[in-house]
Design a protein around this ligand. Structure first.
Ligand code: DGL
Length: 275
């Protein structure tokens, strides 16, 4: 048996670090491996089969590192790959392993944030086209109206470090105008892509005060705290030395570290993985 059995946190690139940050704050004692598939990001505009194939490869790599539990800190992978991984790929030989996503824990609580009962969901093309949020939110909040808007240029702007340059403003405003045009009663905008919290302040600057912007990090972290309490058979298998390691599929680890430190609000030193 491997000496460390960390929690694996996966994203197509840097975005999952916004979720990892919240998880590490609430659960500092566990060992963690963050894995970003930066060389193949963004996933958002890719086909179902490609997103599933990439995600499953990365999940298997994390299992190979000894992770008993993996969080897909990526809405696109949660929407497009999680179900197939849980219900087909892991049927044989993975009885003591778990993979969880970020959509269900968010859908379970997001209805409580809205007074008007109208929520706007901002996500990648893949997440929006999957309708996962509309379906999941309506299971928990049948009276809530869900509006969705794909924001396909936000992740490339963020992954390429262009998001705080003047040219980004046009695209930030463009997608906000498009979602707000769908209903004047939306009072809650969910950032349903783990990259988007990097844009949160700039998004807020374009919105009237009565519209709140919700990021998922703390929601997912709270849900994980609860999950570990309810699943001692998984929890007791995770090692607790407080060690965090970062891996990326891009060979430019220095660039990853530079951007990742902004997402994680702490210095990051990554290692390269060829996949
Ligand atoms: N952070 C991912 C998500 O939450 C990213 C998207 C992408 O790679 O397009 O959907």
């Amino acid at each position: 048996m491997q000496s460390t059995r960390p929690i694996g946190i996966f994203d197509s690139g840097l975005g999952g670090l916004t979720v990892f940050k919240s998880i590490a704050e609430k659960l500092p004692g566990y060992d963690y491996i963050y894995f970003g598939d930066n060389s193949r990001a963004p996933y958002g505009n890719r086909s179902f089969n490609t997103i599933h194939q990439y995600t499953w490869e990365c999940v298997q790599w994390l299992f190979g590192q000894g992770c008993p539990l993996i969080i897909l800190a990526c809405n696109t992978a949660s929407a497009k790959a999680l179900r197939t991984i849980q219900q087909r790929d892991m049927l044989n030989g993975y009885a003591n392993k778990r993979v969880l996503g970020v959509i269900r824990p968010t859908a379970e609580v997001i209805g409580d944030y809205s007074q008007s009962g109208e929520i706007g969901v901002l996500g990648t093309k893949g997440t929006v086209q999957s309708e996962s949020y509309a379906i999941e939110i309506n299971k928990f909040f049948p009276d809530v109206k869900v509006y969705q808007q794909a924001c396909p240029l936000w992740v490339p702007l963020i992954e390429n470090g262009e998001y705080n340059k003047p040219g980004a403003e046009y695209y930030i405003k463009l997608y906000l105008d498009q979602i707000l045009a769908q209903s004047s009663s939306i009072d809650t905008l969910l950032l349903a892509c783990t990259h988007y919290p990097l844009l949160q302040d700039r998004i807020k600057a374009y919105l009237p005060e009565n519209i709140q912007v919700v990021a998922q990090g703390d929601i997912v972290a709270n849900s994980l705290v609860d999950y570990l309490k309810r699943h001692s058979e998984i929890e007791s298998n995770i090692t607790q030395n407080g060690v965090k390691r970062f891996f990326t599929t891009t060979d430019d680890t220095q660039e990853f570290d530079q951007h990742a430190s902004l997402f994680f609000s702490a210095p990051v030193k990554s290692e390269y993985v060829a996949i």
